[in-house]
Design a protein around this ligand. Sequence first.
Ligand SMILES: C[S@@+](CC[C@H](N)C(=O)[O-])C[C@H]1O[C@@H](n2cnc3c(N)ncnc32)[C@H](O)[C@@H]1O
Length: 461
Amino acid sequence: MRHILKKNNQITSEKDVIITIKRLGINGEGIGYYKKKIIFIPNALPGEVVVAKITETFPKYLEGELIRIKEKSPHRVAFPKNVNPETGGLELAHLDYDSQLLFKKELIKDSLLKFHPRNYQKIKVKNTIPAPKQWYYRNKAQYQIESIKNKISLGMYAPKSQKIIDLPIMPTQSKNTQKIEFAIKKLIEKMHIAIADSRYKKDGLKTVVVRQSHATDEIQVTLVTIGKNIKNLDKLAEKIIELENVVSVFQNESQWNNPLVWGNKTTKLIGKNYITEQILNKKFILSPRAFFQLNPEQTEVLYSTALNYLELNANSILVDAYAGVGTLGILASEKVKQVIGIESIPEAIADAQFNCRLNNVKNAEYINGSVEKILPQMQKDGIAIDALIVDPPRTGLNKQLVKTLLTCKPKDFVYISCNPSTLARDLVLLSQAYDVRLIQPVDMMPQTPRWEGIAKLVLRK
Ligand SMILES: C[S@@+](CC[C@H](N)C(=O)[O-])C[C@H]1O[C@@H](n2cnc3c(N)ncnc32)[C@H](O)[C@@H]1O
């Protein structure tokens, strides 16, 4: 047994243990048991017998680090070559792709079993739809930047660490977005741009976001800064826009006390106001802060599958709740009488309204505000909703909102979710009035445990 000094200066023991891995956890870690206590071991696979080091002890569970594999899973594949194994976002890269798809089907089945919405045993969970590309699919890179002893690092934090992996090779990130991040780092070094430093609360550059349109190749760069006046930032923007495919550079201002990457104020430094993306037969403009799926090719599959689950007709009033830049509503607009979109970010609403004009859509209206406030108001105003799409963030639907839905009762209802736990939780209440006909997982993020799926709900007669 070795002894280590922990972060909180307590001496604890650290020892190697042999664990049989039973299943994968929600974050893709192997799960086993040590002395009847659950232990999470990243990079270990079900069926494997591994030697692990216990790294953290909590009252209800342990965390471990994989030291050696004694018995290997037949589903283990080689981790991509030349990639730093500390790089985050590749939690399942050591598992073959068919098993990744199965894992994503099992994730939602496990959540249904945990929360058991009405008739959960009868809910049909379909096989996960595979992504067209398993590698190099991500269209947006959001890299942090730091300068320590005059050495600049631009990249992502290693999991559970404050260490930035400098210019990581990310085999899920599109090659162009990586190339532009690398080129921007060189410019920052050459032009001596100030880097934000939390130790001395020194203002400067904090994050470099590069997003590329799959349809047009246009690249939008956003420089997130702490503070407004960063010396030579405009000159840096002039250099960045000369890089291949870059059409605009923005500055987003954040503050030290902001726990999020993005601050509230975004201003254009140079170039176009937006980039244009295309999904199926419709075009969408994207301003820097607007949400857009990270895997554009698979987004077409996600959206067309979701819309096919709705029985829309020329008399339908469709509500697209959590509308982003209006994608789903605009794609459905030809089939319905009216689309009403609800979205909380004002810039996304402006994009959605522009997108309607761009696609000559005249029967869609976008309302800025929270779904929790706008839907009850619509109900008070006597607007009868025939069909509803909700596509909320990971937290799922607020309980009060679910109660509103149970009283306004749209006949057709599709729930797009990025979190199987909150989906299963919300289905408990929703299944009081709705039958959950099926759940279709769609793999938007190969090599990661990130989950996306669609639930089709039909009002019970
Ligand atoms: C998962 S995204 C979906 C966007 C869009 N449906 C798409 O696929 O591009 C969730 C969206 O909901 C918005 N949002 C988050 N909370 C909200 C709320 N309480 N009310 C309205 N919109 C909200 C976010 O700004 C984001 O655009």
